[in-house]
Design a protein around this ligand. Structure first.
Ligand code: PGA
Length: 261
């Protein structure tokens, strides 16, 4: 695992955007794995700017998002369909028919999850997966205690996740937040060829310490990424606050940059 400790979210977003742009330039047919949340917003703006400037084109890319709330229609302003459309897809040249977000309204959830896994496989797998991280160590909506091998599935959200996300819902109300989601599993995420995880702010300190320095445990689902062969963690000084080997990671990054961990 490679750890890039940056001064601030701006610098981290620039670094992440440059990794994605390089990847798409290298392989215009890249299968993108995308994430929602407040963390990637700036990076998505940078991708949109680069696309507008003609630096990169996503017209031959496909994308798969990590998760969606169960029970929210794509038009709901807190659905992840809506987030992706307004934060990224409407501002780049990707063919929106080739963008995929799990179906939060599926009546047969198991079949819908299997179809999502099949679609990723048919696309040739995810080339580069963007991740945020929850304060409880979740990635996508894989909450503490989930199987570290799980595939796309429905997940009951923890109270901590519901509380963390309430700020985005009507009047910040906890009872407005759906209690379940459909999410790619840890096993699905581990299959991505490359993983880029972003974390900013003090609230992510414990999760980042668990992710990078372990132990590997279902109580901190992101820690499974220690078994990923090409994972870069981009975090700001605040999120890196509880890393024991911070200076060592900084030294390695200063020597090797973003190349494979
Ligand atoms: P955030 O969410 O980017 O809004 O902090 C991250 C997550 O819960 O995965």
């Amino acid at each position: 695992m490679k750890v890039a400790i940056v001064q601030n979210p701006e610098e981290g977003s620039r670094l992440a955007a440059s990794i994605f742009i390089d990847q798409v330039k290298q392989n215009p047919k890249t299968v993108l794995g995308l994430a929602t949340g407040s963390t990637p917003v700036k990076m998505y703006k940078l991708l949109a700017e680069a696309c507008k400037a003609g630096t990169v084109s996503f017209k031959d890319c496909q994308s798969f998002n990590l998760d969606e709330y169960l029970g929210l229609a794509p038009e709901h302003d807190q659905s992840y369909h809506y987030f992706m459309k307004t934060q990224l897809f409407d501002h780049i040249d990707i063919d929106q028919a080739k963008t995929h977000v799990p179906d939060g309204l599926a009546t047969d959830i198991a079949a819908s999850c299997q179809a999502y896994e099949d679609a990723i496989k048919a696309a040739g797998g995810i080339d580069i997966q963007l991740l945020g991280i929850g304060s409880d160590g979740h990635i996508a909506f894989n909450e503490p205690g989930c199987s570290l091998a799980c595939r796309t599935h429905s997940q009951v959200l923890t109270q901590q996740t519901i509380n963390d996300n309430a700020r985005l819902f009507f009047q910040g109300r906890v009872d407005e937040v759906p209690t379940q989601a459909v999410t790619m599993g840890i096993g699905s995420i581990m299959d991505a060829k490359k993983v880029v995880l972003l974390a900013f702010g003090k609230g992510k300190q414990d999760a980042i310490a668990g992710l990078v320095e372990g132990p590997v445990t279902a109580m901190c689902p992101c820690s499974a990424l220690q078994y990923h062969n090409d994972c870069i963690v981009i975090c700001d000084e605040e999120a890196a606050g509880k890393l024991r080997n911070k200076d060592y990671y900084k030294y390695i990054f200063s020597q090797t940059g973003v190349s494979n961990a």
